[in-house]
Design a protein around this ligand. Structure first.
Ligand SMILES: [Zn+2]
Length: 680
C-alpha cells in the first residue's frame, strides 16, 4: 500500500453493527430503548485474555435484541431478577438474546463474559484490518473494534456508556469519552470513562503508551483535555501533535460551534491503520511519523467530531459526512495555502471522476458504506466535497456559514439524512434547494458543458457579447462561470444555464478579447478532451499503454522494463522504437542522449525548461493532438534509472519531476487547457 492511498483512506468508521434509527431525529416525546452500558473490563495483553461485566439499562423498553461475539463464553446472564440463558446453543455461534416487548419503564441485564482475543498481527495493512472486525491483543497494542462484538450490546441502538478498564502494569487504555479517573500502581493501570451522549458504539484501544497532556480552553471557556497516547519510540512527537490539535479546535470552534466533548486524544497504533472516533483518532506509528499528517489528516479527524461523530450520518440514505469533512478540512487547507492549490485539488476531483470505469459511477445517495475506498471515494468524498463547494457558491459564503452552524445546533448527536441537511439549508437561506440537491445527489454522471458560439458587436455604449452555451442532456440547472478577458483585465460572469442550448447577451464597457468557460473549475463537470493537463497516472492506469525502451543495451533494457512494470503494476506492452505510436498512452524510457535523439526524430519538443539539466533523471508528460498523452523518462545513467523504481510510482498526480537519485528535487502539474474562445 502506498502512502498516498493510506492517507486518503484515513478516516473510516468502525461501527458496523449500527442499524440506522430514525427515532432519535423524529419529533417524538418518548424515545424507546434508551440504552446505557456500565461495563468493567479486564484485559491481559500478554495472555490475550478478556474478562468483562456489563450492567445494561434500557429505558422505555420495546422489543430488542442483545448480542455478544462468538469468541466469548458467557459466565452469567440475568434479566432483571431472573436468569437469561447464555444466548446460544453451540460454541462458535454469536450469543443472541431476543427480548420480547416488556411492560414497565426500565429493564436491566447483567452479563459477565470472558474469552481469548486474537493475536495482534502487525503485518496487516489498513484494508485488511478494515475487512476484519476482530478484537486483537498483544503487548504492543490491543484493538477491540465495536464491530467485533467484544461486549454485549443492544443491536441497532445508540447508547450512553460508562466503562472501567483494567490493565497490567506498563499498559494504558482508553475508549471514546470523558476520562473520569485513572490511576497507575504496581498492580496495574485503571481508567474509567463516561460517554454521556448517545454513541454509535465502543472501540477499545490499549498499548504500552507514554501519555502527554495539555489543556485547551474552548470557546465556551470549558477546559478540553488533549492527550497523546504514543508508543515510546514516537513520544518525542507529542508536543507537535498537541499544538496542531489546538489549532484545529480553534479553527472549527470559530467556524461551526463549541467542541462537543471534554477531550481529544491522538493514539498510536502498531498497525498502519487510520481511524476516527469521537474524542480520539487512532493512527499507525509509521503514519504519525509522516510530517504532513499534522497538516492534513489530523485536521480531518478532529473535524469528524462535528461531522460524523457529532452529527451522525444516516448511512441508509447516503453518508454526507465524508464530503462535508473533506470540504471543510482537506479542501480548506488548500484554500488557505493558495488559490492555485485549491484549484489543483478541484482538478484532481473531476479528473478522478473522468477516470472511473463504466459502472463505477454511482449517485451520492448510494454512498452508504462506512468501509470503502477506490471508486466509492471518488463519489463519496470528492464529488460530495465539490457538492458543498457548489452549494457555497450558490448561497454565498455568509449564508453557507450560517447554515453550517444551524446544522450543528439542530442536529447534534442525531442521525441526520441528506434530506434533513437540505431542510436546514433551506430554512436558513430561505431558498428552495430541491432541484439543486436532487440533481447532484440522485444522478450519476456529470454535465458536459461547452461554448458553442461567441459573437461581439460594438454598440453606442460599448459592446454586446453573445455567448451560446451547450450542455449534454438530460439538462442540469447550472450557474456557469465564464471569464471575459479584455485589455483592462478579466471579469467573471455567472450564466444561468437551464437548457441544452442557451444564448446569453452581456453588455460590456470594454472590448472583450477572449471568453473562457469555468476556468477555475467551480462546477462538477466532464472535462473536455485535452482540458486537463496530462499527468503520469494516465500511462500508469490505462491498460492499453504502450512502452518504448530506447536503449539497445540489455542491462539498461532490463532495468527500464522493471521500472515500466512497477509503474503500471502489470507486465508492460513493449513496442519497438520505430513502431508508429498508437492513440493509447505511450511511455518512453531511455538515457538522456537516446531520449534527446528520439524526441528530435519524432519532431517533439525537447526536455522542458522546468526540469532540464536538473538532477540525475527527469520525467515529464506531453499532450498529443492525435491521442492520449506521452510520458517520457530520461536518466543520465543506469544507476539514475534504477533509482526511480521505488519512488516514481508514488507520483502519478504529477506532470513533471526531476530526481536526484531517489530524491525528488522538482515537481509540478502543467497548466490546464481551459475551453477558451478568442474574439477577433
Ligand atoms: Zn473522513
Amino acid at each position: 500500500m502506498t502512502v498516498d492511498s493510506l492517507i486518503r483512506s484515513c478516516c473510516l468508521f468502525l461501527f458496523s453493527f449500527l442499524v440506522s434509527e430514525h427515532i432519535l431525529s423524529a419529533p417524538v416525546l418518548v424515545k424507546f430503548n434508551e440504552v446505557e452500558y456500565d461495563i468493567t473490563v479486564k484485559i491481559d495483553p500478554v495472555n490475550r485474555t478478556i474478562e468483562g461485566k456489563s450492567l445494561i439499562t434500557v429505558r422505555n423498553p420495546r422489543e430488542l435484541q442483545l448480542m455478544l461475539g462468538a469468541a466469548y463464553e458467557v459466565t452469567q446472564a440475568e434479566f432483571n431478577d431472573g436468569p437469561l440463558g447464555i444466548g446460544r446453543e453451540q460454541v462458535n455461534q454469536a450469543h443472541i438474546w431476543n427480548i420480547p416487548f416488556h411492560f414497565g419503564n426500565q429493564i436491566q441485564f447483567l452479563i459477565r463474559w470472558k474469552g481469548t482475543l486474537a493475536a495482534l498481527d502487525t503485518s496487516l495493512d489498513h484494508q485488511q484490518t478494515l475487512g476484519r472486525p476482530v478484537a486483537v491483543s498483544g503487548e504492543t497494542g490491543s484493538f477491540l473494534p465495536d464491530g467485533s462484538g467484544w461486549y454485549p450490546r443492544v443491536v441497532g441502538h445508540l447508547a450512553r456508556y460508562k466503562i472501567n478498564i483494567e490493565l497490567p502494569p506498563g499498559q494504558k487504555g482508553l475508549v471514546a469519552g470523558r476520562l473520569v479517573e485513572e490511576n497507575e500502581s504496581e498492580q496495574g493501570y485503571h481508567a474509567s470513562f463516561d460517554f454521556s451522549h448517545p454513541a454509535e458504539g465502543i472501540d477499545l484501544i490499549a498499548g504500552p503508551y507514554v501519555i502527554e497532556t495539555q489543556t485547551y480552553q474552548s470557546v465556551n471557556h470549558k477546559p478540553v483535555q488533549l492527550r497523546t497516547y504514543f508508543h515510546p519510540q514516537i513520544s518525542n512527537l507529542s508536543k507537535d501533535y498537541l499544538d496542531a490539535v489546538k489549532r484545529y479546535l480553534n479553527l472549527y470552534e470559530s467556524w461551526i460551534g463549541a467542541y462537543p466533548y471534554t477531550e481529544f486524544s491522538v493514539v498510536s497504533s502498531p498497525t498502519p491503520t487510520g481511524f476516527g472516533m469521537p474524542t480520539l483518532t487512532y493512527l499507525g506509528i509509521d503514519v504519525l511519523q509522516l510530517p504532513f499528517i499534522r497538516d492534513t489528516s489530523l485536521g480531518h479527524e478532529v473535524l469528524h467530531n462535528w461531522w460524523g461523530n457529532g452529527v451522525y450520518p444516516d448511512y441508509s440514505s447516503g453518508n454526507w459526512s465524508e464530503g462535508l469533512t473533506t470540504f471543510m478540512a482537506d479542501y480548506t487547507y488548500k484554500e488557505q495555502e493558495s488559490s492555485e492549490a485549491a484549484r489543483e485539488m478541484r482538478l484532481g476531483w473531476v479528473r478522478d471522476f473522468a477516470a472511473l470505469q463504466p459502472g463505477q459511477d454511482a449517485p451520492l445517495t448510494a454512498f452508504t458504506s462506512r468501509m470503502h475506498g477506490g471508486a466509492s471515494k471518488v463519489v463519496g468524498y470528492n464529488k460530495a466535497a465539490m457538492f458543498f463547494l457548489m452549494l457555497r457558491d450558490h448561497l454565498g459564503e455568509a449564508v453557507f456559514q450560517r447554515s453550517i452552524q444551524g446544522l450543528w445546533r439542530v442536529q447534534r448527536f442525531r442521525i441526520t439524512s441528506w434530506q434533513e441537511l437540505q431542510k436546514i439549508f433551506e430554512m436558513i437561506s430561505g431558498q428552495n434547494l430541491q432541484l439543486f440537491f436532487s440533481q447532484w445527489l440522485e444522478r450519476t454522471d456529470a454535465p458536459a458543458i461547452m461554448i458553442s458560439e461567441v459573437k461581439n458587436i460594438a454598440t453606442d455604449s460599448g459592446y454586446e457579447l453573445s455567448i451560446t452555451l451547450k450542455q449534454s442532456g438530460p439538462v442540469y440547472q447550472l450557474r456557469v462561470p465564464v471569464a471575459i478577458e479584455s485589455p483592462q483585465g478579466t471579469t467573471t460572469h455567472i450564466l444561468d444555464l437551464q437548457q441544452e442550448q442557451q444564448l446569453f447577451k452581456l453588455k460590456l464597457a470594454d472590448k472583450p478579447s477572449a471568453v473562457s468557460l469555468d476556468p477555475d473549475l467551480h462546477l462538477f463537470r466532464q472535462l473536455a478532451p485535452g482540458e486537463a493537463p496530462p499527468i503520469l497516472r494516465e500511462a500508469m492506469i490505462n491498460a492499453a499503454t504502450r512502452t518504448v525502451l530506447l536503449s539497445s543495451d540489455s542491462g539498461i533494457r532490463k532495468i527500464a522494463g522493471t521500472l515500466a512494470s512497477k509503474l503500471q503494476d502489470r507486465k508492460p506492452q513493449i513496442i519497438a522504437r520505430d513502431e508508429s505510436l498508437s492513440t493509447a498512452p505511450v511511455l518512453i524510457i531511455g538515457l538522456d542522449s537516446e531520449v534527446d535523439a528520439w524526441l528530435a526524430a519524432e519532431q517533439l519538443p525537447a526536455k522542458p525548461d522546468e526540469i532540464n539539466s536538473k538532477g540525475t533523471a527527469q520525467v515529464w508528460t506531453l499532450a498529443r493532438a492525435e491521442g492520449a498523452s506521452l510520458t517520457v523518462i530520461s536518466a543520465q545513467d543506469t544507476a539514475a534509472l534504477e533509482a526511480l523504481i521505488r519512488p516514481l510510482p508514488h507520483y502519478g498526480r504529477q506532470s513533471y519531476l526531476a530526481f536526484d537519485g531517489r530524491q525528488v528535487i522538482e515537481k509540478g502539474v502543467w497548466p490546464m487547457q481551459v475551453q477558451k474562445v478568442v474574439i477577433k
